[in-house]
Design a binder for this molecule. Structure first.
Ligand code: MF3
Ligand code: CO
Length: 262
């Protein structure tokens, strides 16, 4: 069952999602050559706790950290550790916050210093995929419209769309119905209704779409070793379109294709 959230529930998800946005904003200022992923994770955890929230990821199926910090060919779910960021890396920062019974979830991929033209293009196209996906969110559209928007844009640029991991409904649990794939037909999946809250998270590879999981049973990497980018917003379906909740200030996406901020 896909939950339709009451306004008081939306307010709580919005509050958690804003903390996620704060953590990503902090990350954008901290990411630099020489920083270890463990140090970044500790700062993220401190920020989340300082806002009276708990990191959603800690303890999730035994996950040991507050964030997933995925560098270069790591797609998602890489565990923070001793890795020292280097000029030219790209790092996907994925954060969840839980407060007053509700989760928010978001991710952003940052360049470390100067990065290659390929890396910049991949990040740009993946952000565009998320923006186009959010523009497909409006009552009456089906969940497949979201994945269709992502897949069409990514494949137009020759990039691979990760199939094994999907976006998701979010609320009292981090992962709820519906699944939100980043591929598919617009006339597939459940119909979006005002009050639904979903996390949309395209994962796009410079090369093949194929991925594999490392022996740590968490880190997902591209099979061909190519770069991968990941952006995620928690999004409310409104009467007229959508509202991005993982933002520092309120962002409304209406029916106009130009009226959005990804
Ligand atoms: N943010 C991820 C998602 O969107 C979940 C991270 S997995 C965890 O599905 F184990 F780290 F929590
Ligand atoms: Co998510």
């Amino acid at each position: 069952m896909i939950r339709i959230r009451r306004p008081d529930e939306v307010a709580k998800i919005r509050a958690s999602a804003r903390i996620v946005a704060e953590a990503l904003d902090l990350s954008s200022r901290l990411v630099r050559p020489g920083l270890t992923t463990r140090e970044l994770d500790q700062k993220i955890e401190e920020l989340i706790r300082s806002r009276g929230a708990t990191p959603s990821f800690i303890g999730y199926h035994g996950y040991p950290a507050a964030s997933c910090l995925s560098v270069n060919a790591q797609v998602v779910h890489a565990i923070p550790g001793d890795y020292v960021l280097r000029e030219g890396d790209i790092i996907g920062v994925d954060v969840g916050a839980y407060k007053a019974g509700y989760h928010g979830d978001g991710a952003f991929t940052f360049p470390v210093g100067e990065v290659s033209a390929d890396a910049r293009r991949l990040m740009e196209v993946t952000r565009e995929c998320l923006r186009l996906a959010i523009e497909a969110v409006r009552p009456g559209n089906r969940v497949g419209a979201i994945g269709h928007a992502v897949q069409t844009h990514a494949e137009k640029h020759g990039f691979g769309v990760v199939r094994e991991l999907v976006g998701h409904g979010i609320g009292e649990r981090m992962h709820e119905e519906p699944q939100v794939p980043n591929y598919g037909r617009p006339d597939s999946g459940p119909t979006l209704r005002p009050g639904m809250v979903i996390a949309i998270e395209p994962m796009i590879n410079l090369g093949t779409h194929e991925v594999e999981t490392l022996e740590d049973e968490w880190t997902v990497v591209t099979r061909d070793g190519s770069l991968s980018a990941h952006y995620e917003h928690t999004v409310l379906v409104t009467e007229t379109g959508s509202e991005i909740l993982t933002v520092l200030d309120r962002a409304v996406v209406d029916e106009s294709p130009l009226g959005s901020r990804g």
